[in-house]
Write a new protein. Structure first.
Length: 174
């Protein structure tokens, strides 16, 4: 069994017969292909009547693999949390804050209830950028919130968005 390789990473095509590769075009046996799937597993497919069909299939698989995110877990997190509303994400984030004192928890709940969630609660996590946060602070200024309240609210929003960044929802953090 001789194989013919394509460009690095694309895979190989071959025939399981006694014919030499130079005779494959006249040989009645079907072509088989071997490649590494996106999950990294060795995969074989058979049933290609011509060399062109085998190469086309290898090319398609290669392009799909290149277009797919490198980290499947990250892609799943982006899909799940990116579509989530800020209100829902914040509830999950808050549940993970284990070391909050009672007074800190009251302050957090007050900031969320009165300042953060009314403005940002329905926004999807994947739509945040620096302009959204800047607009949130400007809204607090227009509503007459004091500087200390603005600073505390900004710190909490920043903490939530930093957590989302660490999950991989955002590609850069500024």
């Amino acid at each position: 069994m001789a194989t013919k390789s394509l460009a690095h990473g694309m895979g190989t095509f071959y025939k399981d017969c006694e014919h030499a590769p130079s005779r494959w075009s006249k040989c009645p046996h079907e072509y088989k292909i071997r490649y590494r799937s996106a999950a990294g597993k060795q995969t074989e497919e058979a049933g290609f009547s011509t060399q062109e069909k085998a190469i086309d299939r290898l090319t398609t698989v290669y392009q799909e693999k290149k277009a797919a995110p490198r980290n499947q877990g990250k892609a799943e997190r982006i899909q799940k949390y990116g579509a989530m509303q800020f209100r829902e994400y914040t509830a999950e984030w808050k549940a993970g804050q284990r070391d909050l004192a009672e007074s800190s928890l009251r302050t957090l709940e007050s900031l969320l209830e009165h300042h953060i969630l009314p403005t940002l609660g329905s926004r999807r996590m994947s739509t945040f950028d620096h302009k959204v946060v800047d607009g949130f602070i400007r809204t607090m200024e227009r509503n007459g919130a004091g500087l200390a309240t603005q600073s505390n609210a900004f710190d909490k929003v920043k903490s939530v968005l930093l957590d989302a960044y660490r999950l991989g929802i955002y590609t850069s953090w500024a």
